[in-house]
Ligand binder design. Structure first.
Ligand SMILES: [Fe+2]
Length: 295
């Protein structure tokens, strides 16, 4: 029994207008109205994928992890009970806001709120229309994308995400993010996407180092690079990652030093995958321009 995919991300941010421009003009997401105090943005046929709420946190506020149906949600509830992980049920108001049919609310070992849910709302009659030149995002069975979780104790985080939530190890990478910043990264999958969550003991002031959105074409990445570069917001230049083979760049979000990775061309994992170890994060490129320590 495992989580099937990353379904959604919610941010609580100080500068909501900057995030709205970032979501639409930089990333190309489609505005999709509001739910409660959150502005919703679409990437595909789902009613929403990213929510932006006003808040002093200026960080990732919650993540939505998807299972396929009500029975799977109950099996996950049993697993949480067995593991001694406390959880509550999402009430009707929260289910309406998140546009899902059932939910368990919990936290990871370092207080990141997690919503495990089933039954997301889809809106096929209203096709996805990108707000910037993006031909489309790779989601579907692979979910929204991935993020890198900064934790003080990787072993404790891995025990939770792997033993309780069912994520599996893809590989381990010695990450150098700057002259003063290196860590061992554990890259975890729950579907064909090479990693949905990566865990690193990165001493950064935010819950995540970056989140990643994957697009359909290399030109989508190139056009986005130009949009970020025009405002000096490239934090890592074009490069290709050594483990998932993603061709990507990193740009700074308005909640610095959180970055977004915008990528194309990743390989997927299957049942024959072999766990490996790497001494570098990239085959080529990904030269840092803005260091992660820089707010
Ligand atoms: Fe990434």
């Amino acid at each position: 029994m495992s989580i099937e995919r990353l379904g959604y991300l919610g941010f609580a941010v100080k500068d909501v207008p900057a995030w709205d421009a970032f979501m639409t003009k930089k990333l190309g997401l489609m505005p999709a109205g509001k739910a409660g105090d959150g502005a919703l943005y679409r990437m595909d046929q789902r009613a929403w994928r990213i929510a932006v709420h006003p808040g002093e946190l200026d960080d990732l506020a919650y993540i939505g992890l998807e299972v396929d149906n009500a029975a799977a949600l109950e099996r996950m509830a049993d697993k949480l009970r067995e593991a001694g992980v406390p959880f509550t049920r999402g009430d009707e108001a929260l289910l309406q806001q998140r546009k899902v049919m059932g939910m368990l609310c919990l936290q990871d070992p370092f207080e990141l709120p997690i919503e495990i849910y089933y039954g997301p709302f889809e809106v096929y009659p209203d096709p996805f229309l990108a707000s910037a030149p993006v031909s489309g995002f790779v989601t579907g069975d692979q979910g929204l994308g991935h993020f890198v979780r900064c934790v003080p104790d990787a072993a404790k985080a891995l025990a939770f995400y792997m033993d309780v939530l069912g994520f599996q190890l893809s590989d381990v990478v010695d990450i150098q993010l700057g002259p003063q910043l290196s860590a061992e990264g554990h890259f975890l999958h729950c579907n064909g996407r090479h990693h949905t969550i990566a865990i690193g003991e990165l001493p950064l002031p935010k819950r995540i180092h970056h989140f990643m959105l994957q697009v359909n074409t290399l030109d989508d990445v190139g056009h986005a690079y130009d949009r970020f570069d025009a405002e000096g917001l490239i934090s890592m230049q074009f490069g290709r990652h050594i483990n998932d083979h993603m061709i990507s760049f990193y740009g700074r979000t308005p909640a610095a030093p959180i970055d977004v990775e915008f990528g194309y061309g990743a390989r997927t994992v299957d049942a024959s995958w072999t766990v490996t170890r790497h001494g570098h994060i990239s085959m080529w490129g990904h030269k840092p321009l803005l260091l992660p320590e820089q707010g």
